[in-house]
Design a protein around this ligand. Structure first.
Ligand SMILES: NC(=O)c1ccc[n+]([C@@H]2O[C@H](COP(=O)([O-])OP(=O)(O)OC[C@H]3O[C@@H](n4cnc5c(N)ncnc54)[C@H](OP(=O)(O)O)[C@@H]3O)[C@@H](O)[C@H]2O)c1
Length: 317
């Protein structure tokens, strides 16, 4: 059984089996799966990056970030890195900073202007971006967790969907606490099936008065309104990891969660970033998308417990 605070060898075997089926499904359709990830330098993102590459399922994994990441795992030759200016990316997608016009300054030295070409040719996108209010302030938190996330989502969609979206109706299963799958055809959609996966948070709620969960809820709603063929929202509780960056309150919380989970065997308080990374990649591998269904809009929201449970279930035969 997956415990919240462990990485899982059992899951590794499930991922390997799912990766084989995934490759077969894409090969049969003559589609080359390529993944795009943002936030790969973070605690969750580095786990997702490792799983994406080591699964061998993707011909290319492109990391988009404000800096390059160091990667020493399997299939490193498939990793492409693009250092981009996120303010520029917001500008290009008309995402204004709350209460202030967009910056027009040139990108910082060493960054490239975010280019459509960098986003093209990808079938899957993973967003593990995030900051904290303590680190970036209220505006800075919203800028990263909402604006940069939406700029990334739009850049991925627009570079890979040849047709412009019209009024696509979101199937609304926002309040699901466990696995909730639905699909509905949309009027206008990509011809290549596109998967978008995002790390949100437990308690995400656009109508909450609390900045953190309100922002996460708002992002979820805006992503649901986009015509991705498949959208998966991960709502982890506390992230368990030996964080490089020192966050005092989080360290205290992680220790408390580890103790409670150990004593009571609970699954709703936390998850290791290693398991979360495995679950995020496994979710995509288990759902290879079909060209014929590119116009569908499947949306899934996974709670902390559902994320952990997903690693125990063998792939469908
Ligand atoms: N901490 C928790 O207990 C918890 C619980 C539930 C959900 N979450 C959510 O889970 C997600 C992942 O969290 P995490 O702890 O794995 O994240 P993390 O370790 O803090 O990493 C965040 C990523 O975002 C990037 N980033 C931050 N500010 C940026 C900026 N101004 N411009 C460009 N990139 C920026 C970081 O890049 P650099 O490396 O360059 O800084 C890094 O790649 C977040 O959305 C978080 O809100 C966290």
């Amino acid at each position: 059984m997956s415990t919240p605070d462990a990485s899982s060898d059992g899951a590794a075997a499930i991922i390997a089996a799912a990766a084989n089926k995934f490759k077969e499904a894409y090969s049969a359709q003559s589609i080359t799966p390529r993944a795009l990830i943002v936030g790969a330098s973070g605690e969750t993102g580095q786990q997702v990056l490792r799983e994406l590459l080591s699964s061998g399922a993707f011909a290319q994994v492109t990391s988009v970030g404000r800096r390059e990441v160091t990667y020493g795992g399997p299939n490193g030759d498939r990793l492409v890195q693009k250092v981009v200016d996120f303010e520029q990316l917001c500008n290009e997608h008309g995402i204004e900073r709350k209460g202030a016009p967009n910056a027009t300054a040139a990108p910082a030295t060493g960054t490239t202007t975010a280019s459509k070409v960098d986003f093209q040719g990808h079938t899957h996108a993973y967003c593990c971006l995030g900051t904290t209010r303590a680190k970036s302030g209220v505006d800075g938190f919203y800028r990263v967790d909402h604006d940069y996330t939406m700029a990334f989502a739009k850049a991925f969609y627009e570079a890979n969907a040849p047709t412009a979206p019209t009024a696509a109706t979101a199937s609304n299963n926002a309040e699901a606490n466990d696995v909730a799958d639905s699909s509905s055809p949309t009027g206008d959609s990509p011809t290549t099936p596109l998967q978008f996966s995002v790390v949100s948070s437990t308690g995400a709620n656009a109508r909450s008065p609390l900045l953190y969960v309100q922002t996460k809820g708002q992002v979820e709603e805006e992503l649901k309104a986009m015509p991705f063929t498949r959208l998966t929202i991960f709502r982890p509780a506390g992230l368990l990891c030996d964080r490089k960056e020192s966050r005092f309150m989080e360290t205290v919380m992680v220790k408390a969660i580890r103790s409670i989970d150990r004593i009571f065997g609970t699954k709703s308080l936390g998850i290791s970033t290693a398991l979360l990374g495995q679950a995020i990649v496994l979710d995509s591998l288990r759902h290879p998308l079909a060209k014929a269904n590119a116009a569908q809009k499947q949306q899934t929201t996974l709670s902390n417990a559902a994320i952990l449970d997903s690693l125990k279930t063998p792939p469908a035969v």
